[in-house]
Design a protein around this ligand. Structure first.
Ligand code: URA
Length: 237
């Protein structure tokens, strides 16, 4: 790969900025100064340093975000803050996008990546990847609702959902639940509760497939996923 492309891809600026950086003589390949942007680097053999610091090249980026309310799960929006606005430059240079969507008022686990293949796999209705949500519900959630969700409920447009696994954490005029579903229809959790005459007051996604949101991430915080976590998600059902 050309060295200007490589350095630009990992966050050293635009190709033009990288060209300037190269001219200053701070870039070395296997110890030799390289000033020409066209120089070809063998990614798996050669060592590149900038200001003496090793450059780790990667093509893909995988981020785990604890999405706060009020931000949109999109890459661009004219009016509202997007999840991309929460990222640092060193991560936005990879052009990540959110895998699926959480509503503006939903919190929790969102994956951002530039790996289109993984995104497609996770979103594919054929793959039925589990998504687990925790919610506060207006109304008393009952065992009858658990049974109904197990069968699948009919949404306002006539669509009957795949079975959902509903766990009641607290039942009362305001209930707390956990719900695992395998689909991602528009407003699905909210509409499933509407189907049993209840309203979702608060919604948070806590896991995707077999991977849970890191509890140490506060709302709006994110971190790169580990190799192991990426594999867990990739192999999730
Ligand atoms: N279901 C919803 O209703 N909203 C979300 O953001 C995610 C699932």
């Amino acid at each position: 790969m050309r060295i200007d492309k490589m350095l630009s891809n990992v966050g050293y600026g635009t190709r033009k900025e990288v060209k300037k950086l190269l001219k200053t003589g701070v870039v070395h390949v296997d110890g030799e100064t390289v000033k020409d942007g066209k120089f070809h680097v063998k990614l798996d053999e050669q060592s590149v340093t900038v200001h003496g610091e090793q450059v780790e090249y990667k093509e893909y980026i995988y981020l785990m975000l604890n999405k706060p309310k009020g931000v949109i799960s999109a890459t661009e929006d004219n009016q509202h803050e997007t999840v991309i606005d929460l990222l640092a430059f060193e991560h936005t240079v990879f052009n990540p996008f959110p895998v699926g969507r959480l509503d503006k008022d939903t919190e929790g686990f969102l994956i951002l990546t530039n790996d289109g293949k993984l995104s497609h796999e996770l979103m594919s209705p054929k793959k039925h990847v589990d998504k687990t949500y925790e919610a506060t519900i207006k109304g008393e959630v009952t065992e009858e609702d658990v049974e109904k969700f197990k069968e699948g409920v009919e949404l306002d447009d006539g669509y009957v959902t795949k079975p959902g696994h509903l766990v009641i954490l607290e039942s009362g005029p305001i209930s707390r639940i956990q719900l695992t579903i395998t689909e991602g229809k528009f407003h699905q959790v909210k509409r499933m509760f509407l189907a049993v005459d209840k309203k979702v007051l608060e919604l948070k996604r806590i896991s995707i497939g077999q991977l849970e949101l890191d509890p140490s991430l506060r709302l709006g915080e994110y971190r790169e996923m580990t190799e192991e976590e990426i594999e867990i998600v990739r192999n999730s059902k």
